[in-house]
Each structure stands twice: as structure tokens, then as C-alpha cells.
Design a protein around this ligand. Sequence first.
Ligand code: PAF
Length: 285
Amino acid sequence: MVQSYSTVRSLKEKLQSERAEGCRIGFVPTMGALHEGHLSLLRRAKQDNDRVVCSIFVNPTQFNDPGDLEKYPRMPEQDLQLLDSVGCDYAFLPSVSEVYPEGFRLLEIHFGTLERVMEGAHRPGHFRGMATVVKRLFEIAEPDTAYFGEKDFQQLAIVKKMVQEFRIPVHVIGCETLRESDGLAMSSRNLLLSAAQRKAAPLIYQGLRMAQEYIPHQQPAAVKELVTRYIRQSPLLEVQYFDIVHPDTLESLEHWEQHPVAQGCIAVLTGGPRLIDNIRYRTDA
Ligand code: PAF
């Protein structure tokens, strides 16, 4: 049975005793409403470590839109059952005041392009809040290894940078995006899609994949236009941004020369939840 903790002190004590016994700790931070994507991270953590901890915390400081925070799906009972089903050892479900005690200050991050472009430009403050909570959770769980989905490609880049900058002794692993059978990237926010929005949403990944056919014959600007137009065939989908960037620096690419791989990153407004996705392109075909 997964053991559930709600205080920093009790979880820290438990994990300290596990570490003293020589156990390697794997950690999967989540905001709950767990789906197969999360479970795949937990299975990987279970394979690599002696003990696995999963945090479930809807982090208010990373929501730039109060409506989004309010609507974010919460289903702790079901989450705990799912954690049990994959053999997760410890669940951490803290309150907001446990994570952010009085006087707690948000982290200052100055990661340049990494945090300024794409999600950074469209969700002011999001990465600061995300980095703050991930650093705090790392300090609480002190894991050997932490697992993040590649669906949040920019988040993963920022977490890796943060670990480096703040010299946090944790190994960060990015795991492949899991998709529904029609290609839609798994996300807790998919639960908030109406039937019509859900039906339209697979166009996002179809558009991302279609772009590969035009690379490298068409330059990035033309490819971006083609993908945007493809997705716009549904009146329900509005591409907020689609950029093709260097996979490490996230700088926007203007041509393919000397860039054998590139990352296409997209955010789409559906009238319901905002969806993001990304794909790796080969440019030397
Ligand atoms: O990806 C998420 O679910 C969140 O951004 C994370 C990493 C759990 C931090 O709140």
C-alpha cells in the first residue's frame, strides 16, 4: 500500500531513514489527476530506484490565470489508487501552507531565453512558480533521481538548468510523451475538454507530424505557417504559438543549416483548456 504523507517533517523523517538504509529514492512531482503519462514516469522510477515518492500538489504559484487554478482537476482518492497500482511507495499531499510557510520567498530565476520564450512569454510568472515548487520539493524529498515528462519540454529544460545553477544533487530524467491512440498528448487538462474540443484536439499532433514532410525543403517560417494553417482547419483551435527551436537553447531557428535536429513547440487555445505539445524534427533528411 502506498503510504500517504501530508507534512514536510513526516516525509523527510521517513525518507531519511530509507536513505540511511542505503535506499535510492526516485521522485515524480505531479499536480495529480494522474494519467498513463504519470504512471509511465512512476514505472520508470520504480525500475531505477529502491523507493519511489510521488508528490501531488496543485501549485498555486505557477498558475498565472486564477480560473485555470480553480478548474484544475483534483481527484486525490483515485490518484492514490493509481499510485498503489504501480507500486509507488510514498505519496506526498501537502497543504499550501506546508509547502509555502509564512515568509517563504519565490525563487529568482534568470535563465534568459529558456524562461523568456514560448510558455514564458505567454504565461508570465509560470516558470518562476514552477521552479520554486520543484526546488522546494527536491529539498524536501532529496531524491537521487527525478522524472519529468517531455510533453512539458520547456519546463524540463528549465528544471535541468535550475539543478545545474543551484547545484542541486539530483539527476533529472526526461521521459517520452505518452499519447492517446489518436495522437493527443496525455495531459490532466484533457479531462476539461468538451466532446467537440476533444474531437478536434488530435489535429495538433497531426499538424506537428505533418511538418516533418516539409523539412528541410521549406524554411522554418514557411513550415510554421503550414502547421498553423493545418490546425486552424478546426474553428475550435487557435494556435497561440508554434515555434521551431534549438532543443537545448530554445532559440528560434531561422534556417536548418548546422541544426541537425530541431524541436517544434506549440500551444493551442481550445475555448476550454489550453493545450501544449512538442515534437523532435530531423532536418538533415
Ligand atoms: O508538470 C507538472 O505537473 C508541474 O509543473 C510540476 C512539475 C509538478 C510542478 O508543480
